[in-house]
Every structure is written in C-alpha cells, then in structure tokens.
Ligand binder design. Structure first.
Ligand code: FEO
Ligand code: CA
Length: 676
C-alpha cells in the first residue's frame, strides 16, 4: 500500500509548517458575508469594574491567574505605561533575550528527568520507556497551582503539544516528504510518550531561584501512549463514542495535541486538545490520492474536522489511529481534559459538555453570579469563538465542583456589526439543532460542535487562539491571522482581507457578568507594522518599532490585571523579521493599545505560556519548537533545520545536543514584582 503523505509540498519544511499549511485549508463551508462598515474601535471606553466575592480567598488557596483581583485592573487615565520596564530591542537570533533588569532561567528542557526513577536524557539512544518518565516535547500551556500559602512551592502543569521528528531523532531527516519511511514503531512510541502533559513539583529557594523537586511523589507524565482517561458529560457512552477496545464509550487512552489550557478556581488543570485530526490515518484513497471517506457513515462530520489529517504515522502501528480499522476513535478526541494535579493516580476526565473542536485554550473565570465560565477558541481559519457556562456555582473546594464541567451550556459567538456579541446556545432541540437537521441528541450536538455552530450562524473568525477573561466581565480574544479571507468575506469583527498579522478583540459582557448571553465588542489592536499603510495596523501611536507585534497567540493577566500577549508567527516570521516574543499590551487609559516587548524567543521558536504567579514575582514562559519555524529566513542560515544541522542549539548550545523546547522562569533581578 502506498503510504505517501497526504500533503507533499516542497515548501513544507517541518511539522509546524505542515500544520500551518493545513490550517490554510478552511473546513467551514458555511461562510457568511456579513459585510459592513468596520466598527471604529471604541478607544477610551470606560466600564465600571466590579468586585467578585471570594476572589482573595480563592487566589490565596488555589492560585489561579483567572481570578485577578479586579481592583488591580481599575480603569484609569494615565499617560505613563503601567508596565515598568525598559522595552527590549526587536530582532531574531539563536538566543533568547529578556528586558534589562530581569533574569530568564531555563527550568525544564525536553528529556529532563521528571520521575524519581527516570534515566538521564540520552538523545542518541532515546526510548519510549525513558521518555515516559522525562519532560515531553513542545511545551505549550504552563499553569501553576501552589502547595503552600506562601506560593513558594507548587505544581507546574505543562502541555506537550506535538513533536518535530527532524530535530528530535538523529539521522532521520524530514518525514513529511518521505512517506514516513524512517518512522519505526520505536520512534512512533517515543513521539507518543513525548506528547501529552507533565505535572512536576517545583520550589523557590532562598536565592529566589525555582528548582524542580525530582523526588516528589506528585510528579507525573500524561501521554497518548498509556494514560487511561474517563469520558463524561452528555456524549459519554453514546454509540458514536464506542470502539472495539471500549464498547462502553466511556474510557479512552490518552490525549493529543494539547495546546493552550487553563487552571480552574479549585486548582485542577484543563488541557485543550487542538489538532487531533492530524493523528488519524487511512489507507483508502480516491482517484486524486486524497483520503476517501465514502465508506464512512460519519464522512460529513470527519470532513468538517479534517479527519484523517495523516500528519503522523501512528496509524501504521496503532490500529486505533487508523480510521479504516477503528472509525469512531476520532470522536474521542478534540475535547477538554481535566487533570487533578494533586492526586497523581486520579484518571483525567474528558468533559464532552465543553464541545468538540480544535480547542486552543480553556481559561476559566467566575461570573458575578458565581458560575464557572470558560472562554475557548477553535483554531482554524473561519472557525468560531465559544464560551461555556456551568449550571451550578463554584465552591473553592475541589470535591464540591464535580458537576460544573459536566452540567452547563456551551455557546458560540455571533459578532454583529453594531458592536454587539450574542452567545448562541448549542442545545439540542433549540432552533435548528433538531433530529431533522441531523442532531438526534445533545451528544450529536457536542460530537459535531462545528456543524451545530454552522447551523446557528456563528461568525467565522480569523483563527481564534487563546482567550482570557479578567473576572470583571471583560475578555480578550486572540485572532492570530487568516491569509485566506477574501475581500468579500470580511465581517465587522474580522475586518481585514488576507489578514496576515491578526488582531485582538475585547468583549465586555452585559452587566459585567461573564455568564451573560450578550455583550459588546471592540477591536483592541490590529497587528502588524504600523509604518506600512497597506498593512492597516492599529496601535496606540506611542507604540515603538520594538513594541508592535504579529500573530497574537497566547495571553495572560498578571497579578495586577495587566494583559500580556505571546506570539506565534509560524514560518512566516520573515515577513516581520521579528522573532516571536512576549509583549505588554495596555488595555486601559489613554495608552490603550500600547505595546512593549519584554522577552523574545530564539529563532524558529514560538512563545507559549505565559503564566504569572499570584504575587506577580514569577513568570513562566514556554519556548516551543526552537530552531524549526521559517529558518530559511534567518540570514546566514537560510535552510531547514535538522537534528545534525539546526539553526540554533538553544538552550544548551552543546554541539552534541539539538535544540530543546524548554520552560523558562522569569524573575526580577534582586526580586520584586515583574514590571512593577
Ligand atoms: Fe497550538 Fe493554535 O496553537
Ligand atoms: Ca497556541
């Protein structure tokens, strides 16, 4: 059987670029052309920010950046930046850079031992058994939950999104163009063991430096190779969730492509499953050599999600990733997974109530009436922004919140040209979500969340990545880019055709209540170089040449309610010449829309995290796939990286070691609040 790769494009240099190319293929056939005048950004708007009961107690006990004390985010008129640091100069080279007066120390690298009995990393002789006990690859989301009142000891929770074989394995080279001929079962199992997540205990020493506690019994790896998980919520047990290995439809092994995420107010960790489609395989081909789904009853559903993507060869050795052999396994991926990091033997739970799509993040907050609210993007061109609202109210005790992620309402956003946003409920029997339209039950609505959202008339967006609520009814939505949007496809909330550089939308929910079904929206910034008129960027005019950015991806609030944005330009970073990095973006006062550069990545890396501790003195950052993206744009290098010949060997700079995705911990030299 010809196992030629589905996409065989000479321009595709590695897995990250392959994903990007796939993202260029919109799977939403229901594009609406709600053309209207672009809403002028309502700069200078003031909202009365109100308090939220229980915040202080919750942050002390459980430490989540989702619960930012609203007093800290107070609207104010100011002409001085609220972020006190001297901005970094833009650029791109093989090292990372941090603003003057700060330290950026590498805390965890791919292969570092996590379990007490883990072997030391031996990159030339890696095994799946070793990788299962070591830090995984491509760290994306980083969360932290403290184990003591001072917050000096706690659990770091890290997602491992995917793998880049060409820089992981000696002598392998690029697989995307080679039909996976080099991918043995052993290498595939290492890849699988390098996906998933890590829980690791860390502590801050007297010198102010954080260190890994390797002997902690709470340390844990979660992988798609061997971690048993539970499916719960309305789709659990449904006939479409059943497989040969699991006739109950309630038990699944592992999690895939965990991108951004979130921490709940009660200290559990949410892992978002993003590009799950890429892991599924078929041998059936049509006359054009494309996957032939004609034998599948679920073909319309599969097509809408891009299943099978064929980006990994796992299906050649693990039948459950081959849809010819196990057609319903893909239905068990694309969810949000909850992990209790304090209980290492507790099975993670996939919560089907939160919908199935390419989940980018799942940042939580508590509404003014006490409900759990989660903002979630579906990262594909022309896909949607979602929000989940629990039926019950939040308690700050973990064992009292067992239903909040199972019993609630999932909504999808419609952004209207009059500046209003309407949250449309994805509830079976409501509007078009009926059996006549193919949704026989709530399980069908959730398994086919994208088709249900199409039917409701949601607004097709420019790739919704992370979204961050602030606890005061405000949320920020990262729209990273969408070069495929044509002039007749713009809408008010996505106003640029061929949107190469992305934009950020601010939502203010009615009554400052995150659970509201209506709110208003405005565009905070339109990204790209403000000096080039055709780009159509929109920044506060005080923003310097160092401060503007492109392709906002992840975001976080610090302890003072200030917004920070990390970027992922993918292989297209050559269009700006800037490496990806972390930016401080003003949301209030007369500097609203002003951005400053704080940290930048080594070449070819995207920046993930970010996560601030509750005292605002520590910032965790994740540098993902250093040395891989768009290295043909690096002057003097100008070629694709491989294990033997990478554009950088960050962070070790050891000639025997390839680049390693790593978590970086940022502190102020001599201590104190970051940017304070
Ligand atoms: Fe995994 Fe959408 O970034
Ligand atoms: Ca992301």
């Amino acid at each position: 059987m010809d196992r030629k790769h589905i996409i065989n494009d000479p321009e595709i240099g590695n897995k990250a670029e392959a994903y990007e190319a796939f993202d260029d293929i919109p799977t939403n056939p229901h594009l609406e052309n709600t053309i209207g005048d672009v809403i002028a950004a309502r700069y200078g708007r003031r909202e009365v920010l109100r308090g939220m009961l229980g915040v202080s107690a919750a942050t002390t006990l459980f430490g989540t950046s989702a619960l930012v004390a609203p007093t800290a985010a107070k609207a104010s008129q100011q002409s001085e930046s609220r972020y006190k640091f001297d901005e970094l100069t833009w650029g791109n080279d093989e090292k990372h850079h941090i603003a003057k007066g700060y330290e950026a120390d590498v805390l965890l690298r791919w292969g570092d031992p996590i379990m007490a009995d883990a072997p030391e990393f031996d990159v030339m002789n890696q095994t799946a058994a070793a990788q299962l006990k070591q830090f995984g690859y491509n760290n994306d989301y980083v969360g932290f939950t403290p184990l003591n009142a001072e917050g000096t000891r706690g659990l770091l929770c890290v997602n491992h999104e995917y793998t880049n074989e060409e820089v992981m394995f000696p002598g392998l080279g690029r697989q995307d163009k080679q039909g996976f001929t080099g991918m043995t079962r052993d290498l595939i199992d290492i890849e699988m063991a390098a996906h998933g997540g890590t829980v690791v205990e860390i502590a801050k020493g007297a010198d102010g430096k954080w260190a890994v506690l390797r002997d902690s019994t709470l340390n844990r790896r979660i992988t798609p190779l061997d971690t048993a998980m539970i499916l719960d919520g309305p789709a659990a047990g449904h006939a479409r969730m059943q497989t040969k290995a699991d006739p109950s439809g309630t038990a699944v092994i592992g999690t895939l492509n965990n991108c951004a995420g979130g921490m709940t107010p009660w200290g559990t960790w949410l892992m978002a499953e993003e590009n799950f489609h890429g892991y599924f395989w078929t041998d059936a081909r049509d006359a054009d050599g494309k996957p032939d789904l004609s034998a599948h009853a679920d073909a319309a559903s599969m097509k809408r999600y891009g299943v099978p993507g064929g980006w990994y060869a796992w299906g050649q050795h693990h039948d459950r990733f081959n849809i010819d052999k196990e057609p319903q396994e893909p239905n068990r991926f694309g969810w949000v997974v909850e992990v209790d990091p304090r209980t290492p033997d507790a099975k993670p739970v996939k919560h089907t109530a939160l919908g199935r799509f390419r989940h980018e993040g799942c940042e939580t907050t508590v509404s003014s009436d006490g409900k759990l609210v989660i903002y979630m993007g579906d990262d594909n061109r022309f896909d949607y922004q979602y929000k989940y609202v629990s039926n019950g109210t939040v308690s700050y005790t973990a064992d009292q919140n067992t239903d909040l992620l199972s019993d609630g309402t999932l909504y999808v956003a419609r952004f209207d040209a009059d500046g209003s946003v309407h949250w449309l409920p994805l509830v079976h029997g409501t509007g078009p979500l009926t059996a006549e339209n193919g949704f026989a039950s709530q399980a069908d609505v959730l398994i086919d969340t994208r088709l249900a959202a199409d039917a409701l008339g949601a607004t097709p967006m420019d790739r919704p990545e992370d979204a961050q609520p602030r606890g005061d009814g405000t949320a920020y939505i990262m729209l990273t880019n969408n070069t495929r949007r044509k002039a007749d496809e713009i809408n008010a909330a996505n106003p640029r055709a061929k949107n190469t550089f992305g934009h950020i939308i601010e939502i203010k929910e009615d009554g400052d209540n995150h659970a509201a079904i209506k709110g208003t929206w405005s565009i905070l910034v339109k990204c790209g170089d403000p000096e080039i008129a055709e780009v159509g960027a929109q920044w506060n005019p005080e923003t310097s040449e160092n401060g503007w950015f492109a392709s906002p991806d992840n975001c976080a609030f610090d302890a003072d309610g200030r917004l920070w944005i990390s970027t992922d330009q993918g292989s297209k970073w050559g269009k700006t010449g800037k490496s990806d990095g972390l930016y401080a973006l003003e949301t209030e006062g007369d500097l609203r829309g002003h951005s400053k550069l704080f940290f930048r990545c080594p070449v070819g890396g995207e920046l993930c995290g970010p996560y601030f501790t509750d005292d605002g003195e520590t910032l965790f950052l994740a540098v993902q796939h250093p040395g891989t993206d768009g290295t043909k744009s690096l002057k003097g290098f100008e070629r694709a990286s491989t294990f033997e010949d990478p554009a950088t060997r960050w962070p070790d700079f050891d000639p025997k070691m390839p680049p390693r995705p790593s978590v970086v911990v940022v502190t102020k030299t001599g201590g104190g609040k970051i940017a304070g």
